[in-house]
Design a protein around this ligand. Structure first.
Ligand SMILES: *Cc1c(COP(=O)(O)O)cnc(C)c1O
Length: 471
């Protein structure tokens, strides 16, 4: 399998080459040259496989530069009941007739990002050992990504993590999760500033090519193809649990920010998994909902990006969206560049409303969308607790609200549960007046010793810290 760039670069790469890279050299995103097709006989074979074996089957269609036995061992080591809490790994539960929650948040940091990041940690360790190389991951987080990356990379040989976060701005639980890690290869850096300052620092350091090369700086952001690929697996696993046979369509609703999660659903659908509809759920930061309703993609300015009670979906632009649009415009890189380089670069938006391609988003690719507000989330958390005795987090509540607006009789609707309520306790308390239950392993973590340094919002200070802590 070869990978190409959405922006038309002539190079073709293999999986392990793009594993440790971010953007393609021309600024595009990597995609497989073709989507492997899965027929009904294959689906029948896969239906009864344990999760780790299903992951191996799907990953092997996209990865041909890791020996099969090694890839199988990596999958088996990653997706265990010990790490994810159950043998099913992503158990499905029915809320009411035809509406399901797929649990993706029982990994180490209680958000769905563990599903991909745990695999990435093991792939990185494998590939770095094979090359005899090291990698220093530099990241910026306002919560879920940073902790998922740290728990995936802790103790891994050849990898260090330098994770910046805005000082004092994460929830106490999130801070405790990250800062209580005592592993020598994990470095928490609290920046005096806001999340954008952290992102600017990461950008500034990555733009210093000499520094980047000397200190082998890498990232684990959501545009990484391996993360997306890992997420494809749970669409298959969810489908098998929601159906008794492989001729039944299923729809999925996905709480969305950077479009990484739902893009994996798109890939699963392109492979031939019988997905009827993919519902993109947004909060007040509705750049994606606006696109699917109107055909206009309009990136928001910082002042128009709202701080909401589903903060992991508070985005101004959706960094994975380019992958889907590439397929939408018939994989035409010139057209893609016109939209993402020329139009977005000049005006901050592009408009496909009059383009026949836009109709395809719904008709051919099955996309719908929905939007919710803080009041919707509170109402959804209350209703779900009251009627089904089930506690959901605010992001999953965004999903459930959008899902209810898109139900089709006879077609199961699977809502992806992207975090556990304990991670966003304040909003759950606001809705219900009570604290969500806390898994045993997280009891009292706020009181544990914290391992974090404070640095000013200055890229030079962060560079000096990295230089000091590399060997
Ligand atoms: C990251 C995240 C999302 C958004 O996922 P994308 O892949 O960026 O669309 C939604 N909910 C939670 C809890 C998250 O951590």
């Amino acid at each position: 399998m070869n990978y190409l760039s959405t922006r038309g670069h002539a190079d073709r790469k293999r999986f392990c080459e793009i594993l440790l890279e971010g953007l393609a050299p021309d600024g595009g995103l990597y995609l497989p040259e073709t989507y492997p097709q899965v027929d009904t006989a294959t689906l029948a074979k896969w239906r009864t496989l344990p999760y780790a074996e299903l992951a191996f089957e799907i990953l092997s269609l996209y990865i041909d530069d890791i020996p099969a036995a090694d890839l199988k061992a990596i999958c088996a080591k990653t997706y265990t009941a010990e790490v994810f809490g159950t043998d099913e790994i992503v158990p499905l539960r029915e809320l009411e007739d035809g509406v399901y929650l797929e649990a993706l948040s029982n990994g180490p940091t209680l958000a769905f990002k563990d599903m991909a990041m745990q695999l990435l940690g093991n792939l990185f360790e494998y590939e770095l050992a094979r090359r005899g190389a090291e990698l220093n991951i530099l990241g910026a987080t306002s919560g879920d990504t940073g902790s998922a990356a740290e728990y995936a990379m802790r103790g891994k040989k050849g990898v260090r993590v330098f994770m910046t976060s805005p000082d004092g701005r994460m929830s106490p639980f999130q801070q405790a999760q990250m800062f209580s890690l005592q592993d020598a290869n994990i470095h928490n850096i609290a920046i005096t500033g806001v999340f954008d300052d952290c992102q600017d620092i990461v950008k500034a350091v990555s733009n210093d090519l000499a520094f980047k090369r000397k200190y082998r700086i890498g990232t684990v952001n959501s545009i990484n193809w391996a993360r997306l690929l890992a997420q494809v697996v749970y669409y298959f696993a969810g489908y098998f649990q929601a159906t008794a046979s492989n001729d039944k369509p299923v729809s999925f609703t996905v709480p969305s920010g950077n479009f990484g999660n739902v893009c994996a659903g798109h890939v699963a659908r392109m492979m031939g998994l019988p997905i009827q509809t993919l519902v993109v759920a947004t909060n007040e930061n509705d750049v994606l909902d606006e696109f699917f309703r109107t055909g206009v993609y309009r990136v928001r300015a910082a002042v128009d990006t709202h701080e909401t009670s589903s903060p992991s979906m508070d985005i101004s632009k959706a960094s994975n969206f380019e992958r889907f649009v590439f397929d939408l415009v018939g994989r035409d890189p010139a057209k893609l560049r016109q939209l993402f380089v020329d139009d977005l670069g000049l005006t901050g938006s592009f408009d496909l409303s009059a383009d026949p391609a836009f109709k395809q988003a719904a008709e051919r690719f099955g996309f719908r969308s929905g939007r919710s507000t803080h009041a919707d989330r509170l109402a959804m958390i209350r209703d779900t607790e009251k009627r089904f005795a089930t506690l959901i987090d605010p992001h999953t509540a965004d999903g459930l609200k959008a899902a209810r607006e898109q139900l089709t009789p006879g077609v199961p609707m699977v809502v992806l549960e992207t975090a556990l309520p304990i991670k966003f306790a304040a909003t759950v308390v606001e809705a219900l007046g009570e604290e969500p239950a806390r898994p045993k392993k997280f009891e009292g973590i706020e009181a544990l010793p914290k391992r974090v340094v404070q640095l000013p919002a200055d890229a030079e200070a962060v560079k000096a810290y990295i230089a000091q802590h590399c060997d």
